[in-house]
Write a protein that binds this ligand. Structure first.
Ligand SMILES: [Zn+2]
Length: 312
């Protein structure tokens, strides 16, 4: 932790380098020690291994990242304890809470924290450390942190503590042909430098339907299951209308299930009918920052555009 209490004041570790003062934890009020080492920036640690939410071990990256984030966003306050949530935001400003996540986090724990914030009127923003930033495939956690804006497309945030860069991963997109792609904008603290990196994974020799055929032959579990659902509608994954294989803006979220959702589109006579067919598919919506109905409606409009189908 970076902030401790001294009398009635809150003290940031690197602003006060006197080991001898009687610091205590702002959350549990027990004694904390100022640690001044060479490998980790100045920080406080609980004296005993108390079961305090602030006593969790933090990595050097996490501690340094919080300080860096405050340099980027000086209006934010470091380590604010929110008694109503019984949790501590890494940084907080009015209703905006920044969470700098460097180590793996269980998905239920992530949802609990995020929905806790949202239910109390806060807007959490997750910023990923080195180990959690996107590479060739998005994890469930990364997908769940996606936000959407017309001018950025789907986007995520990251922080590169080593190079002191705030990172924006924008236009995040997935399709069978390109795999995962995105543009990475790195903003330097002092110079506001920007650089773009485009990451693409593959350009397969096989068409999408050929690839699906191969996966069915080798009994890849998710594809076999998907084929089972298509079969119930008298469809085969490898012999669908041409437009169904075209890439989708929402491939990032649904991946190969896009094919099935488009088959349901063909079965429905209206948006209301399609939405009813989709009920079981989206019953658990694990994207706290994306509005389910807005996404589904946009998906339906995309189906209309690609299929050139008209509704009377
Ligand atoms: Zn404590």
């Amino acid at each position: 932790m970076l902030v401790a209490q001294l009398g009635s004041e809150l003290i940031v570790a690197h602003h006060d380098l006197n080991r001898k003062k009687a610091y205590c934890c702002p959350v549990c009020q027990t004694k904390v020690i100022l640690k001044l080492g060479t490998k980790i920036i100045p920080h406080f640690a609980h004296q005993s291994t108390a079961t305090c939410i602030s006593s969790e071990a933090e990595t050097p990256e996490h501690l340094a990242g919080k300080v860096l984030l405050q340099l980027f966003f000086p209006q934010f306050q470091l380590e604010v304890y929110l008694p109503e949530l019984k949790q501590r935001a890494d940084l907080l400003w009015e209703i905006r809470a920044l969470e700098f996540q460097c180590s793996p986090l269980s998905f239920p724990r992530f949802l609990e924290r995020t929905y806790g914030y949202l239910a109390s009127g806060y807007q959490p923003v997750w910023i990923f450390g080195k180990a959690l930033q996107p590479e060739h495939k998005l994890t469930q956690l990364q997908k769940a942190c996606l936000q959407f804006e017309a001018k950025k497309g789907f986007y995520l945030y990251g922080l590169d503590v080593t190079h002191q860069h705030f990172l924006l991963f924008r236009y995040v997109h997935w399709s069978y042909e390109t795999g995962l792609s995105y543009q990475k904008i790195a903003t330097n603290l002092t110079r506001q430098q920007q650089k773009s990196v485009k990451s693409t994974r593959r350009s397969s020799r096989f068409s999408y339907s050929e690839w699906l055929q191969q996966q069915l032959a080798t009994k890849r579990k998710d594809i076999v299951q998907l084929q089972g659902k298509c079969y119930q509608h008298n469809q085969h994954l490898c012999y669908l209308a041409e437009w169904i294989y075209q890439e989708s803006t929402f491939g990032l979220l649904f991946e190969h299930a896009v094919l099935y959702y488009r088959i349901l589109f063909l079965k429905a006579a209206s948006y209301v009918e399609w939405r009813a067919l989709m009920t079981n598919e989206v019953i658990s919506w694990t994207y706290p920052f994306l509005d389910r109905e807005v996404v589904l409606h946009a998906f339906f409009l995309e189906c209309i555009r690609l299929s050139k189908r008209t509704f009377s």
